[in-house]
Design a binder for this molecule. Structure first.
Ligand code: ADP
Ligand code: NCN
Length: 216
């Protein structure tokens, strides 16, 4: 059985934190991070360039003067969808090529008779129609403006935030995408990102376990 879990939510809501704990606890669990699909230049260019400067990107500059990172066109969503399709085609091969341990008994068995889990994690998961059909379960972590701004101010991205980016671009785009997402037709389970890391993890882990038990 294949099971795909979306962990969406606001920037710095705790998506990666939750995902990293789930990967360790769930069997045969792979992950796709949306952040890996920002439109950057080719690998070699990035490597040589980043020795001296910030990595080059292909992100458009908006009328507000800021690079528009928090829009769906900043991401290579086609490549992201193809990565998910690659996992669906052959989760064992995908796991091996991403350095995920698959237990020996599972390697010998038919993939369909085993549980294989894919977590797809990102801040714009439910705003790209071709991806919606993949999710068996869709979580969304939210935190209020003040807490989000506080956490973001300490975060180091490969490209650091210029002053003012959060209020001019990041938060307004979050509100816009969240509105659009609410009409996307998916049944989304909202998680309160102000709860402790343990509380959020326990809630989601128990929920996934119950669902998987019901499906087997
Ligand atoms: N439940 C939580 N309570 C307090 N801080 C948290 C919580 N979850 C994550 N954090 C912190 O918030 C920051 C962003 O977390 P991260 O998981 O990277 O967010 P995201 O992947 O959603 O951007 C990190 O410093 C992390 O330790
Ligand atoms: O990962 C990067 O290279 C990167 C470069 C520039 C900006 N980002 C920010 O990454 C944010 C989404 O990632 P996250 O983990 O905070 O949900 C989004 O708000 C972007 O503004 C990310």
């Amino acid at each position: 059985m294949k099971y795909i879990i979306g962990i969406g939510g606001v920037t710095n809501g705790g998506k990666t934190t939750l995902t990293n704990r789930l990967i360790k606890a769930l069997p045969n669990c792979c992950v796709v991070h949306q952040d890996d699909f920002f439109k950057m230049m080719g690998f070699a260019a990035v490597f040589y360039w980043s020795l001296l400067f910030q990595p080059p990107d292909q992100i458009a500059v908006g009328a507000d003067g800021f690079k528009q990172w928090d829009v769906i066109t900043a991401l290579d969503m086609e490549a992201m969808v193809n990565t998910i399709k690659g996992w669906i085609e052959n989760p064992i091969k995908f796991a091996r090529s991403h350095g995920i341990q698959v237990t020996p008994s599972i390697e010998m068995d038919d993939a369909e008779s085993q549980v294989h889990i894919l977590i797809v994690e990102g801040f714009l998961l439910y705003n790209y129609k071709p991806m919606l059909e993949f999710f068996d379960k869709s979580y969304y972590i939210a935190i209020p403006y003040e807490e989000c701004k506080r956490r973001r101010s300490t975060r180091q991205y490969t490209v650091p935030d210029p002053p003012g980016l959060f209020d001019a671009h990041v938060w307004p785009m979050y509100l816009r995408h969240r509105d659009a997402m609410e009409n996307c037709g998916l049944q989304i389970e909202y998680l309160n990102g102000l709860k402790t890391k343990d509380e959020i993890y326990n809630q989601v882990h128990e929920d996934i376990n119950n669902t998987l038990l019901n499906r087997l």
